[in-house]
Ligand binder design. Sequence first.
Ligand SMILES: NC(=O)c1ccc[n+]([C@@H]2O[C@H](COP(=O)([O-])OP(=O)(O)OC[C@H]3O[C@@H](n4cnc5c(N)ncnc54)[C@H](OP(=O)(O)O)[C@@H]3O)[C@@H](O)[C@H]2O)c1
Length: 323
Amino acid sequence: MRALGLTTYGGPEVLRPVELPEPHAGPGEVRVAVRAAALNPADVMLRDGSLAAVYEGLEPPYVPGMDVAGLVDEVGPDVDPEIAVETGRFVVGVVDNTGSHGGYSEHVVLPAASVTAAPAGASFAEAASFLMNALTARNALDVLALPEGSSVLVTGAAGAVGGYAVALAHAEGLRVVALASPADEAALRAAGADEFVPRGDDAVVDVLGLVPGGVDAVIDAACLYDRITPAVRDGGTLVDLRFWDGDPGRGIHVAHVNVRERATDHAAIVRLREQVEAGLLPMRVAATFSAADVFDAHHRLDRGGLRGRVVLLFGDGREGTTA
Ligand SMILES: NC(=O)c1ccc[n+]([C@@H]2O[C@H](COP(=O)([O-])OP(=O)(O)OC[C@H]3O[C@@H](n4cnc5c(N)ncnc54)[C@H](OP(=O)(O)O)[C@@H]3O)[C@@H](O)[C@H]2O)c1
């Protein structure tokens, strides 16, 4: 089986075609013939060695990719009959990738619980663009468990995790303060931001002007850490999406969240697909690349400033839509 992986850490050039043993679906699993795999910041962290400690001891090549869309082509025994994953179905899946098990592959075997039908009408690229980051936003909000009317600041609000956090938090009755570039203000207000704060040195002062005493919590998708904790109230919470080991003081709790904890939460995954179909959560594709052009795709991701995912297309490269 063809995949795209790395045996040494570095820039986009370390990503190469690799040949791996054909995987097969075991009990409770399905095999997906991957047609599209989204690129995420975690893929860059794997590529450039930022996750080296996590991959220590695992046999290379390492294959990135946490978001896939494709067609089920094997269903293992003992799959929960409640999970509709028959052969041929167009699905999306979240990939808890480790070692050479990753989404940049012709085939990936996943727990059936990690998979759900693609949103109606979606192309392969669109379908691959939303699940892992929407699930991350879901995870952050569930960890916070804020009562209705609480205030939540979302940094990096124009990005994938941030955008989903804004939409979900607003839908759940939170007062959402979005922090992003001024060019994104209108789109974020339309997506559910109650307040908007431009990114930059004045952000903390601006937040405190809107929410005196500070917000109840921040979902820190831009990794601002101690540059933003002064905008959190005493005893509030900062949701850390990477590995920040700082201590903001004032009783502020730092909640470390990892989407891998939710990778088999089938009910949450189905609900997110429904929320895409209902128009609450967008599928945003910034660019598509043939899998053979993974080098260019990673270069594009490295340049930043994207509004939507970069997506690799696999197989015959043709786009498809759900019936
Ligand atoms: N722990 C988990 O489970 C988990 C899961 C998914 C993602 N993550 C992490 O969550 C973070 C967000 O992921 P993502 O996919 O949403 O990334 P993304 O789409 O690249 O969004 C990040 C956003 O932050 C903005 N940004 C960067 N620096 C900023 C600054 N100094 N001030 C304000 N905004 C700034 C970026 O804007 P520009 O690009 O325009 O500069 C971008 O809009 C990443 O660190 C990722 O690794 C963690």
